[in-house]
Design a protein around this ligand. Structure first.
Ligand code: HEC
Length: 308
């Protein structure tokens, strides 16, 4: 009896679930969710190939230097890079004297104390300092950017899906709103102070296009032409380095581990072969399964006239 009641209660629950499922499914089709402009017009990042891609990737130091130049001449007006220090630039093949000069020429100073008076002061950055932020805090940063906050760029290629390709796409993705978008979504006009960019999640970004003209920065001789595309590639490559400065040594360690594991696997296989080879040769059926004993048994049975 208890079992029957339990079964009926279970059945009741299952029926209610089924009814809820059917009614939801019906309302999905009779009253479909309204599409959003951001869902239809958002684009996945463009393809970007960098020297640092893949397990054998390494940094193209010249490209990183160009990327750093873009950061320091353009992006650093708005974006901080708090986790990177001047002396870290040694990885980009700058020498100590160059790094000292880059630090002391930096446009923002760092807070300090006047040693004579004990009063607050500022001083020029040293190679051991991290890059001083362009704004003292978030409030000031928002105040200068129509209330949008320029994120710190140290880890941006790790913090966004698509990484360097995303940064490159954002930088080269500014354009006019496509007419189809406005036809389909008349309310989705880009608000003032925002800029249409289909690679940004909600299509309208608070950053004005930072790279607009060829030759906006001057590259040293021997480098490619500073087109908008090239500058965007270079700064994206630089931001891969800021996010993972140890990428090359990690790649090297990974390759060494794979080679070692391969070698250890071969050794383990050979050792197994050797151990089991002896065992295989040594094993012989004994007792009632020994063919010799079985022959003896058969003979004895035949002699005694036992069948089977
Ligand atoms: C005039 C100030 C300004 C300059 C110069 C500038 N940015 Fe921005 N940037 C912003 C602001 C403001 C935002 C935040 C936008 C938002 O949240 O809508 C932003 C956002 C970004 C984002 C993040 C998008 C996201 O997913 O959150 C990236 C990446 C970026 N900037 C890269 C750069 C690079 C690289 C440069 C240099 C080539 C640069 N920016 C120069 C103001 C600036």
């Amino acid at each position: 009896m208890v079992r029957v009641i339990g079964f009926l209660i279970g059945l009741g629950f299952a029926l209610i679930l089924l009814l809820a499922f059917i009614s939801n499914l019906a309302s999905y089709f009779t009253n479909p969710p309204t599409p959003l402009a951001a869902e239809e017009f958002h684009k996945a990042p463009k393809e970007l190939h960098l020297a640092s891609d893949g397990p054998f990737g390494h940094f193209d130091k010249q490209q990183l230097q160009r990327g750093f130049q873009i950061y320091s001449e353009v992006c650093s007006a708005c974006h901080s890079m708090k986790l990177v220090s001047f002396r870290g630039l040694k990885d980009l093949a700058y020498n100590d004297a160059e790094i000292k000069k880059i630090a002391s020429d930096w446009k923002t100073q760092v807070p300090s104390i006047n040693p004579d008076t004990g009063e607050e002061a500022t001083r020029k950055p040293l190679p051991s300092d991290t890059f001083p932020p362009p704004f003292p805090n978030e409030v000031a940063a928002r105040a200068a950017n129509n209330n949008a906050l320029p994120p710190d760029l140290s880890l941006i290629t790790k913090a966004r899906e698509g990484g360097a390709a995303y940064v490159y796409s954002i930088l080269t993705g500014f354009q006019n709103q496509p007419p189809e978008l406005l036809k389909k979504f008349p309310d989705a006009k880009t608000p003032p102070n925002l800029h249409y960019n289909p690679y940004f999640a909600n299509l309208n970004i608070g950053m004005p296009p930072p790279l607009t003209t060829e030759g906006q920065v001057t590259y040293a001789p021997g480098n490619p032409k500073p087109t908008v595309d090239q500058m965007a590639r270079d700064v994206a490559a630089f931001l891969v380095w800021t996010a993972q400065p140890d990428l090359e040594s990690r790649h090297a360690a990974g390759i060494a581990v794979v080679v070692f594991l391969l070698f250890a696997t071969i050794l383990a296989y050979l050792a197994k072969q050797q151990i089991w080879d002896e065992v295989h040769r040594g094993v012989r059926p004994t007792g009632p399964l020994d063919p010799e004993n079985q022959a003896k048994t058969r003979k004895a049975k035949a002699k005694a006239g036992v069948v089977g």
